[in-house]
Ligand binder design. Structure first.
Ligand code: SF4
Length: 254
């Protein structure tokens, strides 16, 4: 079978997401994605967000704050974070997820048959995605489209987790950061160093009329995610883009 082009992959994935009830949209680039996201947020809505280099990179949080929305962002600006990473109070995280009308995040991977795959260490990002907000907006770069759930989990554990842990200096994911790939099943990844604690796969949009899940698929590489077989140059560029918008880890304190 002929390999399909990146554009065809995006269109196939959008169609599959729509079949599953998600409101899937296409954006030619990150600027268009930013505009789509902005149009989806009424001015009086409270905005929450997950930890996402993609969301930070498209600048939508700053736009919303400038427009007068209350933005709950425990991750702040990367520059400020680098200068002075402070612990985040637990109540701030809780409020970010449960106290918002709209939640913005990305996803670790989206399959070509329309499933949204995420692995979280603490769960605040996936919690905000699945219940609470009236609208969830996920902005996903083309580099995060995968064939199926197996490929998604393989990529997240063997590519994303080690790189993310190494970049943020977080102790969660220490073992794969050192090994360059997931150490399981040969070595048990114990609590305390395990970053892969919560796996959430959205296989369909929940039926409640009051909530919407919008997925904006962008024809541009955004955030952390790649096929290991891609040319090193493309992977380096993706990493540089992700790193520029990824602050060091902030511990959560009560
Ligand atoms: S299970 Fe542990 S070693 Fe494997 S990817 Fe997750 S954090 Fe890394």
């Amino acid at each position: 079978m002929e390999p399909i082009s990146e554009k065809e992959k995006i269109q196939t994935t959008i169609a599959a997401l729509r079949r599953r009830g998600f409101d899937a949209r296409f954006a030619e680039n990150s600027e268009v994605a930013r505009k789509i996201a902005l149009d989806l947020v009424p001015q009086d809505w409270i905005v929450g967000c997950g930890d996402s280099a993609t969301i930070r990179s498209i600048g939508v949080l700053q736009d919303l704050a400038d427009l007068g929305n209350r933005v709950l962002n425990p991750f702040f600006q990367p520059k400020i974070m680098r200068e002075k990473p402070q612990p985040t109070p637990l109540r701030v995280f809780k409020q970010t997820v449960m106290g918002c009308d709209v939640f913005l995040a990305s996803s670790n991977a989206v399959t070509q048959d329309g499933k949204i795959v995420n692995i979280d260490g603490g769960g605040n990002r996936v919690a905000g995605m699945i219940f609470g907000p009236l609208r969830t907006i996920l902005v996903v770069g083309r580099n995060k489209i995968v064939q199926d759930v197996n490929e998604a989990l393989d990529r997240i554990k063997n590519e994303i987790a080690p790189v993310h842990s190494r970049t943020t200096g977080i102790s969660l994911g220490k073992l794969c950061a050192e090994a360059g790939k997931c150490v399981e099943p040969e070595t048990f990844c114990e609590p305390g160093v395990r970053a892969c604690n919560i796996i959430v796969i959205l296989e369909g949009k929940p039926p409640d009329a009051w909530r919407e899940i919008v997925v904006i698929l962008v024809d541009e590489d955004l955030g952390l995610g790649w096929d290991p077989a891609w040319p090193q140059e493309r992977k380096d560029k993706i990493y540089a883009g992700y790193k520029a918008f990824t602050p060091p880890h902030r511990p959560v304190v009560e």
